[in-house]
Structure formats: structure tokens, C-alpha cells
Design a protein around this ligand. Structure first.
Ligand code: 26V
Length: 799
């Protein structure tokens, strides 16, 4: 991996600075240095990308195409340097030049083309696909603006546009010559040809260009560079001259790749989002067909032999009717031929069981996006319902629930299931819930489609790059095999009783906490104690994730101290990071509450600095890279059954934090691996939650009226204990009037108790360090390399 010496790297850097930035080593700015380094890295990547692509075509192997509306890639400079083996030499040269590498790398804008876990998962998967040397590319949208930038003003979230492309984006290559044309709307009519087939004609369609921008995805130490192709919408020249209202027309087209939608609670009135979905799949499928014919010289009947398409949630589901359309209308295949190919191509990953998040689109809107696509969906639905009626008479009475189209809505998850050969959940528990409840009818009909692929995270970014101290400690102890085989982290078991090693582990954590302490101070002005327990909950703000339960516990602790100031409490820093969807009132109120509580607790005389509450604004991938290595308690407290997997839980575990959570999502598998003595589990089980839900819930007001700990904490919201101008009545009533649908009050006591247990454990340093080590050494399973290996062998059949 040592392609460069310090001298040769420095010489190259000097040349790049002059050629690309008209600047020299002596007087260069951080920005110039960043772009010069990125240019060196990109040259390497382009070279390897050419070789990879050539090899792919020659190999004639099946490829995986990962379609996703979101790729939350963050910064790429460090992971590219790491994967190409240039990190050390680059750092050394910069240090010799008297520059701070971290500062130079932070010149890169964080590409936030995703909402949260789903988008970050897609980015981790690309890293693993390349690192394992699989043939596979990602396809997404080059949003002009990514997920909004969050500012907090007086505790209130303000959303600003995320202008991530304001400078040149150094990793992309615009490929105008590979532009694709996508058609929207209009009317369709058919003509019967002499051979009896139908030919479709269109009028009044909107024509949009999809221009690809390719971003290289470097594998680790293997010479592979795959491609993430991001589509950008542009106006065709021909259309432009014909339009009287040119500017407005142009803006309308460019809006298609204008911005990423925050995952709001309603899909209504979001027609543009639907256009984005069709834009992604139409441009991608057309490209794959072209590639097969022109590069592989194969007929379209072999599409599925060369291509597998994984759809990341239902967002790219229009790819199913789009492939049908192309195979039938453009390529002349019959329905049955096209259907056989399509259903051998698509595989669908479900990421949530929350009903309000399962996509359903009004028929009229789907027709408006592309009438032919709707015709095909309709036909898929009719044929499917007929098949159930004729061939599965025992399910006749279930047809209304199985139908892809019902109540004038297209149910995207049902379309995805019917059109795919594989349906997977993202953690063992989640996959069981899908089979038993969410898609039970479909499971009974086609059990062979259903499978589990527990999520993972790339240990290269989330351990090697973001926590180099821990990474080095591990390698010094057990060698470097774990880097390519992360399950080898289990070798660390040898150090379980090694006091010196455990001490070093503790020192690494302390170092990372000090780094985060500085970040916190820079961003908030709050001074935290690095010797306090860093208790972290970072994730999107949703009621089911229960940030409010965390706050209610802080309120409880605060009131305990106020009641008896001399009470012994373990000093703690509660760290939050969370973006709320702009239209999600309750979520925004919770952000306000966190700030209001922080304002009181952080400066209270009786508390005397023992408890601090910190909200870090604009939580994103870059910030996560500072937070994960410093976390000691990982709060994963969703209402059991509601968090499909979680991936932050894996990131913190891999960095030695102990999970404090419910038996939900991948927490269940974490608990299974580390054993119940190395995790803090509380609360209702998913079975209990589902049982209450199917029986109309539990009685929340009973608990409120009979349990004084619950009542006092909740009353603080209504009584204005935190904030003079306004109380948090909406939060208070939201729980009691709706009978606490997320079971906060039901789980409250068990949550308070588990915190007591956790803090008692923390005071035994050796024991804590052993728990931390146990979490690290068992975390290999959660490398996305394991996940991708499973997808590649069980679903994609790449080898
Ligand atoms: C969105 C919404 C919006 C409306 C209110 C309720 C709600 C609930 C969930 C979602 C998320 C939709 C899809 C998603 O992002 N799922 C996440 O996928 C991650 C990667 O598989 C997984 O780790 C998270 O548990 C899961 O929430």
C-alpha cells in the first residue's frame, strides 16, 4: 500500500498546488491544500475506476445495483485516503509542513444526501461492496441541496438550505455524454399493430435530461473503485427554445433534483418527491439496459443474469413497472417474458414497520407522473389479485388487504413485494415482525421471499478513521487481521483480565472525550467535565425514539437533587443531537424542551456542575465521527418493536460504549452477543408492546395518577418549571390525551432503575472497562462487510 514516499507525495502536492490552485507550499491556504490533496486522491481513484470497470465487463459476472433516494456519504477525504493507503503519508507530509491534517480535511463539505440511518446505511454498503471486491454500483440523486442545515435559535430549530455544492465538489465527474432522457406526464394512447401487439404513443409529455455525476467508491487496499452515480435534472436544449416561459420552465425541471425531502409525517402534496422517484429509476434502468446491450453485447432477455437491483426501502419501487415498460414497449417482449425477468431482478429491503412511514401514493398522482407506469402497476395488481383468487382460494377473503391498489392508493410496499424475489428486514427481530404482522398475508403466500439481513456499519470509517487511537491499540494487541476480518476483534478476549490493557482502553476513551469536550465548547460554549459519564442519544427526532423519555429522566434526576442537594450522584453529561422534520410540531417541542432543561440544569447551584445537558446542533456524519468515539452510554431507547434496527447503536458499541436500551431492533442482537451482564436492558418487550397495541393500549392515566415519580416529572412540563414564558403543555397533553402511544410512562420506572444500575456499575472502573472491551470485541458482527457478504451470497448471488 505504500505507493508514495513522503518526498514523492510532497512533490506531487507541490505540483498540484501550482497546477490546480495557483498556490505554493509556502503560502498555501487550508482550502488550497484540501483541493490539491483531493485532486491527488481523485487521480488515483479514476485510474483504478477505469481498471475496475474494464475488469467487470470482461468478467461477465452479475452486478448489484443499489438504488437509493439517499446516500448520506458525509466527507470522503479521510475514508478515501484510508482505503487507498495514503492516509499515513498524507498526514506526515502535512505535519512536516506545520499543518493540522484534521483542519485541512474539514475544508470538505459534508455531503448530507440522506435523512438518517437509511441513507447512511447505503453509504456504508457501498464502502463494503467495494472493499469486498464485489461488482456493484450505487444510483441516487445529486440533490442541489441536501438535508437542511439545523440552527437553534433560543431553543427553536431553524432550517437553512444545505448548500453543499457552493464550492466545486472534488469527487464527482460530470458525464454529459451519458445523459439519459426521462419523460413525465402527458397522455398515452395505444395502437394495435398487425401482429396484435400494442404500440404506445404519447403526447404532451415533459422531457427532462438526467445528467450523471459519478463519484468513485474506493475499496480498502484492493485496487477496486466502484461508482456511485448521482443524477441531476437538466432542461434539454431543444425544449428550451420552444418554451415561452423559459426561466420558469427551467426552474421547474431543475427542481426535480433540487432538494432532499426531510422524512416528514405526510406524503401529501409532495408530488415533486414522486417525480424524483421516477426520475431516479427511469434514468438508472435505461442506463442498465444500454450497458447490457452496448458494453456486454447481450440481449435484454439476459437482463437478470447480469443485473440484480436492490431497492432501499420502497422509494425506488417504480423501477419495477419501469423495467416492465422498457422490456415490453421498447424491446417488444411479452408481459410474461418481461415479468419473469423483472421478478428475477428486484429485491426489496424494508426499513420500517411504522404505518405512517409506509408509502402510499394517490392513484391520480401516480398517473400524473407517468400514465403508462400507472397502467402497468394496475395490470400488475389485477394479475396478482386474479392469481390469488384462482390459485390460492384459501386467501380469497384477504385479497382486499393484499391488493397493490386499494382505496385509490398505490401501496408501494405491496408493489415492491409482488415484484421482487426477495424481501428483507434489517435486524432479526424486525424481520420476524414483518413476517408475523406487517406483511403476514404476503409471508403466508410466498414465505420463500422473506429473509433477514441485519444491518452493519463500515468499521473503516467508524473505527479506523474516526478513532485512530483505539484502532492502533487494537492492532498493537492482536495484529491487523481484524481490519480485513472484523470478526477477529474477538481476539481481544485475551486482554479481558489484563489490567494494563484495560487502563489503556480507558485512556483512549478519556482522550476522545477531551476531543469531544472541545467540540462541545466551540459549538455551545458549555464546559463539560471529561471525567463525567458521557451519555449519548444522537439520531433523528421521532416520538418512537423517545428522546422525551431521556429528558423526563433528566428532570427526575434534577428534582431529586433539588429535593436533597447532598444526594450522591455520578456526574454525567447528557449529549443530544437530533434534527426534527420541519413540519413535525411535537418533535420540535422536544428540541425546545431539551434546551429549556439544559438552561436550568447546567447553571443550577445545587446541581453544581454534576449534571450537564448538551444539545449539539446540526447533527450530521462529521459530528458523529467525533461523538461515537467519546460515547460511554449509548441510549437506544425506542419503544420495543418500532426501531427496525438502528445503526448508531452499532457505531457506539464498536467504540466501546455500553448500550442502555430496550429489546428492540439490533439491540436484541447486541444483547445476545455481549450477554446481559454487558448491556443495560429495560422496558417492555416487543411482544408486550404489540399485545397492548392490539388490545387498545394500556391505561396511561392510571400510571400518572398512581405513580408519584411519573407524575412529578410529567407535571414539570405543564407547570412551567423549565421556562417562564411558555410551558410544554403540548408535550404533556400529547402523552395523556393520546394514551401514551409510545409507552413512555409505562417504561419510565424501569428506565430510571436501569440508570441507577448503570451508574453503580460505572463506579467500578475495572468492571466498566471490561464491559467496554467486551462490546468492542463482539462488534465484528456489525461490520457492514458481514452484512454485504450475506446480501451478496443469499440474495444477489454475485459469486
Ligand atoms: C420515518 C417516519 C416518518 C413519519 C413518522 C414515523 C416514521 C418512522 C420511521 C421513518 C423512517 C423510514 C425509513 C428509515 O429511515 N428507517 C431506518 O432505517 C435504518 C436503516 O435500516 C434503521 O437502522 C432504522 O432503525 C430505521 O428507522
Amino acid at each position: 500500500m505504500n505507493k508514495y514516499t513522503k518526498a514523492s507525495f510532497r512533490a506531487l502536492l507541490e505540483k498540484k498546488l501550482i497546477n490546480k490552485r495557483t498556490s505554493t507550499l509556502e503560502d498555501t491556504s487550508d482550502t488550497d491544500l484540501f483541493y490539491a490533496i483531493a485532486s491527488i486522491v481523485k487521480d488515483e481513484m479514476n485510474q483504478a475506476n477505469v481498471t475496475t470497470k474494464k475488469g467487470n465487463i470482461q468478467s461477465k459476472k452479475r452486478q448489484i445495483n443499489y438504488l437509493s433516494m439517499e446516500f448520506l456519504i458525509g466527507r470522503l477525504i479521510e475514508s478515501n485516503l484510508l482505503n487507498l493507503g495514503l492516509m499515513d503519508v498524507c498526514n506526515e507530509v502535512l505535519i512536516d509542513l506545520g499543518r493540522n491534517p484534521k483542519k485541512i480535511y474539514s475544508e470538505e463539505n459534508d455531503a448530507g444526501l440522506g435523512n438518517g440511518g437509511l441513507g447512511r446505511l447505503a453509504a456504508c454498503f457501498l464502502d463494503s461492496i467495494a472493499s469486498l471486491g464485489y461488482l456493484g454500483n450505487g444510483f441516487g440523486i445529486r440533490y442541489r441541496y441536501g438535508l437542511f442545515e439545523q440552527r437553534i435559535i433560543d431553543g427553536t430549530q431553524i432550517e437553512l438550505p444545505d448548500n453543499w455544492l457552493k464550492e466545486v465538489y472534488p469527487w464527482e465527474v460530470r458525464k454529459a455524454d451519458e445523459t439519459i432522457t426521462v419523460h413525465f406526464g402527458g397522455e398515452v394512447y395505444s395502437e394495435t399493430m398487425p401482429d396484435g401487439r400494442l404500440k404506445f404513443h404519447y403526447q404532451n409529455q415533459e422531457t427532462v435530461l438526467a445528467v450523471p455525476y459519478d463519484v468513485g467508491v474506493a475499496g480498502y487496499d484492493n485496487g477496486v473503485v466502484n461508482t456511485l452515480r448521482l443524477w441531476s435534472a437538466e432542461v434539454p436544449d431543444t425544449e428550451l427554445t420552444m418554451h415561452p416561459n423559459q426561466l420558469e420552465y427551467m426552474q421547474n425541471v431543475e427542481r426535480i433534483s433540487g432538494f432532499l425531502y426531510p422524512d416528514d409525517s405526510t406524503e401529501e402534496g409532495r408530488f415533486l418527491r414522486l417525480k424524483q422517484q421516477y426520475f431516479l429509476v427511469s434514468s438508472t434502468i435505461q442506463t442498465l439496459i444500454k450497458q447490457l446491450k452496448e458494453k456486454y453485447n447481450e440481449p435484454v432477455t439476459k437482463f437478470h443474469e447480469y443485473n440484480c437491483i436492490q431497492i432501499n426501502d420502497t422509494h425506488p419501487t417504480f423501477g419495477i413497472p419501469e423495467l416492465m415498460r422498457i422490456l415490453m414497449d421498447d424491446e417488444g417482449l411479452s408481459w410474461d417474458e418481461a415479468w419473469a425477468i423483472t421478478t428475477k431482478t428486484y429485491a426489496y429491503t424494508n426499513h420500517t414497520i411504522m404505518q405512517e412511514a409506509l408509502e402510499k401514493w394517490p392513484v391520480s398522482q401516480v398517473q400524473r407522473v407517468n400514465p403508462r407506469i400507472f397502467m402497468i402497476i394496475n395490470e400488475i395488481n389485477e394479475r396478482f389479485c386474479r392469481d390469488v383468487y384462482e390459485n390460492h382460494p384459501q386467501y380469497r377473503d384477504r385479497i382486499a388487504d393484499l391488493a397493490v391498489i386499494s382505496h385509490d392508493l398505490v401501496h408501494m410496499s405491496k408493489l415492491a413485494i409482488v415484484g421482487s424475489f426477495s424481501v428483507n428486514g434489517v435486524a432479526a427481530l424486525h424481520s420476524e415482525i414483518i413476517k408475523d404482522y406487517t406483511f403476514n398475508d404476503f409471508y403466508k403466500l410466498t414465505p420463500e421471499k422473506f429473509n433477514n439481513k441485519t444491518n452493519g456499519i463500515t468499521h473503516r470509517r467508524w473505527l479506523m478513521a474516526s478513532n485512530p487511537k483505539l484502532s492502533n491499540l487494537i492492532t498493537d494487541a492482536i495484529g491487523d487481521q481484524w481490519i480485513k476480518s472484523p470478526q477477529e476483534l474477538s481476539q481481544l478476549m485475551r486482554y479481558y483480565n489484563d489490567d494494563a490493557f484495560l487502563k489503556q482502553l480507558q485512556e483512549v476513551k478519556l482522550h476522545n472525550k477531551k476531543v469531544l469536550k472541545d467540540v462541545i465548547y466551540d459549538k455551545t460554549g458549555i464546559e463539560v467535565d471529561e471525567h463525567s459519564v458521557f451519555d449519548v442519544q444522537v439520531k433523528r427526532l421521532h416520538e418512537y425514539k423517545r428522546q422525551l423519555l431521556n429528558v423526563l429522566h433528566i428532570i427526575y434526576l434534577f428534582n431529586e437533587i433539588k429535593r436533597k442537594p447532598s444526594i450522591k450522584v455520578q456526574p454525567r453529561t447528557f449529549i443530544f443531537g437530533a434534527k426534527a422534520a420541519p413540519g413535525y410540531h411535537i418533535a420540535k417541542e422536544i428540541i425546545k424542551l431539551i434546551h429549556a432543561v439544559a438552561e436550568v440544569v447546567n447553571y443550577d447551584k445545587d446541581v453544581d456542575g454534576r449534571i450537564k445537558v448538551v444539545f449539539l446542533e446540526n447533527y450530521n456524519v462529521t459530528l458523529a465521527e467525533y461523538i461515537m468515539p467519546a460515547a460511554e452510554i449509548s441510549e437506544q431507547i425506542s419503544t420495543a418493536s418500532m426501531e427496525a434496527s438502528g445503526t448508531g447503536n452499532m457505531k457506539m458499541m464498536m467504540n466501546g460504549a455500553i448500550t442502555l436500551g430496550t429489546m428492540d431492533g439490533a439491540n436484541v442482537e447486541i444483547a445476545e452477543l455481549v450477554g446481559k451482564e454487558n448491556i443495560f436492558i429495560f422496558g417492555l418487550s416487543s411482544d408486550e408492546v404489540i399485545h397492548y397495541q392490539t388490545n387498545g393500549g394500556y391505561n396511561a392515566s392510571d400510571i400518572y395518577h398512581t405513580d408519584s415519580r411519573v407524575q412529578t416529572s410529567l407535571d414539570a412540563l405543564k407547570d412551567g418549571q423549565f421556562g417562564r414564558d411558555f410551558a410544554f403543555q403540548d408535550l404533556y397533553f400529547n402523552i395523556l390525551k393520546n394514551n401514551d402511544p409510545y409507552f413512555l410512562l409505562k417504561d419510565f420506572n424501569s428506565y430510571v432503575d436501569i440508570h441507577l444500575t448503570a451508574m453503580a456499575t460505572y463506579s467500578d472502573e475495572k468492571k466498566w472497562n471490561q464491559m467496554s472491551l467486551m462490546n468492542i470485541l463482539k462488534s465484528g458482527k456489525f461490520s457492514s462487510d458481514r452484512t454485504i457478504h450475506e446480501y451478496a451470497t443469499d440474495i444477489w448471488k454475485l459469486i
